[in-house]
Design a protein around this ligand. Sequence first.
Ligand code: PMP
Length: 290
Amino acid sequence: MSLIPFDDRDGFIWIDGEMQPWRDAKIHVLSHGLHYASSVFEGERIYDNKIFKSRKHSARLIKSADILGMEVPLSVDEIEDIKRDLIEANKITDGYIRPVAWRGCEEMGISSRGTKTHVAIACWEWGRYYDEQKREKGITMRTSEWRKPAANNAPTQSKAAGLYVIGSMSKHAAEDKGFDDALMLDYRGLVAEGSSANIFVVQDGVLKTPIPDCFLNGITRQTVIQLAKDLNIPFEEARIKPEDLHNVQEVFLTGTAAEVTAVGKIDDISFTVGPVTRQLRDAYESLVRT
Ligand code: PMP
């Protein structure tokens, strides 16, 4: 990971209608989004100058905001144009792009109807989330004490900043114990996802993934399910209990940042980086660059 702070770089950031020099893209400390987590964001990957599934991400940003009662003052087409200009202005070939929308300073307090929705988009060169060695052996995960809330306890289908509080805490707790990532169970105690990626398992040749009823149905998740169907890999959405992990042979994560990442270990259970994971990882790698 780069040690250059994210506010001290060269380039341009689009903010509220203007392409600003990177270091000038600032907001006021009394922004509602900072105090009350009235903020939604996207994470997208750029491959060969082009964003993979760009329109889906733009649509999800608008939907995430809408779920929180915020109106993004831009259409999908307008967001697409801004992202294209921004990638060109920053000369990004392979990287990451981060749109964010938040409530501004016009009001402070729980009631925030008077606030405007502000939008910024930044992008930077970026490579793999995990290094080659980890990719080969599979990453390690530790089950978090925090549980993903039910759909009537949090806006779970929004990529809302506030939902990431337990993700960060869980990842830190995992890293403190020498693991790479956290496995999040849901409020029922079922396997849900990683800290920022969906999870799949392979049991006796059948690909399985939890039903996304209290976490994001990731764009990568949907892409990998389609790839599995195209490759005639038996697939089902399933309720996966933590003890079921003793009976699976392969585990992998999917996410824009993580792409398809093999998992070698969850707590004290080991898995192989097996044929289904490799096949889907290769298929995903070639799809993102077509
Ligand atoms: N779950 C969480 C909590 C995430 O942050 C992400 C990354 N956006 C995902 C799943 C995977 O979503 P996607 O494939 O759309 O990146």
